[in-house]
Design a protein around this ligand. Sequence first.
Ligand code: NAG
Ligand code: NAG
Ligand code: NAG
Ligand code: NAG
Ligand code: NAG
Ligand code: NAG
Length: 469
Amino acid sequence: MSQKKIFLVFVAISTVSLLLHHGGHLNWTMEAFHLGCPALRSHPAPGLKPKHTNVAFLKTHKTASSTMQNLLFRFAERNNLTVALPVQACSHQFCYPRSFTSHFVHPHTLPPNIITSHMRFNKAELQRLMPNDTIYVTILREPGSMFESLFSYYNQYCQSFKRVPNGSLEAFLEEPWRYYRPDEKDSMFARNTLTFDLGGDKDRPATDVVYARAFVAEVERVFSLVMIAEYFDESLVLLRHLLSWDLDDILYVKLNMRTPSSKRSLTPGLPAKIRAWNSLDARLYDHFNASLWRQLSALGPACVAREVRLLRRAQERLMRSCFGGRMPLLRSAAQIKNKDLRPWQPSGKVDIVGYDLPVNLSRGFSSQAQELCLKLIMPEVQYTRVLLRSQSLRYRRGYQLRPPQQSHPLQQPIRSVLPRHPQVHRGQPPPAAPGPASGTGSTSTSKPAAETQGRTTKLRPKSSQTQAS
Ligand SMILES: *[C@@H]1O[C@H](CO)[C@@H](O)[C@H](O)[C@H]1NC(C)=O
Ligand SMILES: *[C@@H]1O[C@H](CO)[C@@H](O)[C@H](O)[C@H]1NC(C)=O
Ligand SMILES: *[C@@H]1O[C@H](CO)[C@@H](O)[C@H](O)[C@H]1NC(C)=O
Ligand SMILES: *[C@@H]1O[C@H](CO)[C@@H](O)[C@H](O)[C@H]1NC(C)=O
Ligand SMILES: *[C@@H]1O[C@H](CO)[C@@H](O)[C@H](O)[C@H]1NC(C)=O
Ligand SMILES: *[C@@H]1O[C@H](CO)[C@@H](O)[C@H](O)[C@H]1NC(C)=O
């Protein structure tokens, strides 16, 4: 880096931290943030670009996706957006592992801006449900550590794993077909889980290269961004640019982790076996990790590094202000006093950690700040319940106010009542083209704004492609 650049970085950081110190702990204007990213100056926006608010995040298993879900829930609440949530019969997921259909969506959560709960992806059904300028995002994780995590998390839950003597990952990988039954309940946790979540065929043989290639290509067509768990913060920076969001919008606390003691490192040779057994996932991962890094390099490594640094700093500030000078209290689920904060435990053998709030949190905080702190660390099951409650309330109120001729989504086929949004597709890596200029957080569920479209958005090819299956 030249001296001039270093100086600019210094000025940017100083400016930003100055603004921060004077601006309340959650106040970070977009302009201030952009000072740190010269790459963005080539697209001076007339005023700020509106945030994109229609997002479908495919929540994959064991990939830091709970953290993403929490972030999206909070974004939706802040912007009065509607999050599609499952009907009660589906629990807190969209009846996973069944393939998604709009019947799984709670009527009080229609029409949605955001969808992020676990599902098995079904493109056609989602496109029917979501506004048509919805941006699709998902996240993948490196197959070795992912499989180790699945194996330990679902050890007592998934039959294919339960059969293995001594719960030995090595034994499973030695002879997977001895334990694995492709058609059994929960078998999707034992092979190519990512492929399955994305709607693909987890049991295609590794030799079917044509299928694998076509599947990767299909995922690439549908998803504007495929995040990578190993590079979570970098992925968030890309997300921020893609959606024209602020730094505040991507702050998070890691959720749904195991205690360090229930994690293990893989012995030499295991990663290769895991990749061979999960060859479709491995191919997906390699492809999208490479594409992530291409996008990061297009945005400019210095710019990315700067944003990641700013993100982490803002995160520390938030932690300090929320949890009184220390990180939130990391606790195993059984020790967490506040029921609202206790994460779901897959089995007695794996300890999922959650957070507890310091007892004196309330002192000196507005109830709004307290609420934010609580939501930051609220596990998915509880947060889903809270959101459904508040959206149902809003829905009922809106229903009373709605003119009679405007019919309720359930009284018509879904298609005819959903808002029509201009189509948008980002064929370029996010930074290269101006973001989709749509979706100014429509503030009511009954009246989604008719949005005008950004300049360089191009039409998404009609989805004649059928879901790879
Ligand atoms: C955030 O900062 C901007 C400028 O620094 C200021 O105008 C605005 O009032 C602040 N907002 C809050 C909520 O503090
Ligand atoms: C969200 O709705 C509340 C209550 O209707 C309103 O006071 C608030 O300004 C809205 N916020 C946004 C960002 O639209
Ligand atoms: C399982 O553990 C027992 C006792 O530790 C040992 O004797 C046995 O060989 C192990 N079995 C396998 C398949 O590793
Ligand atoms: C992801 O891709 C980058 C860039 O090619 C590479 O350096 C890195 O090792 C990859 N990560 C993993 C976990 O494979
Ligand atoms: C909460 O209590 C602890 C110990 O009693 C104290 O050290 C800490 O400063 C308090 N935090 C706040 C925000 O009051
Ligand atoms: C998307 O929205 C546009 C404009 O509202 C509408 O004309 C078009 O038919 C919609 N496309 C689909 C596939 O629903």
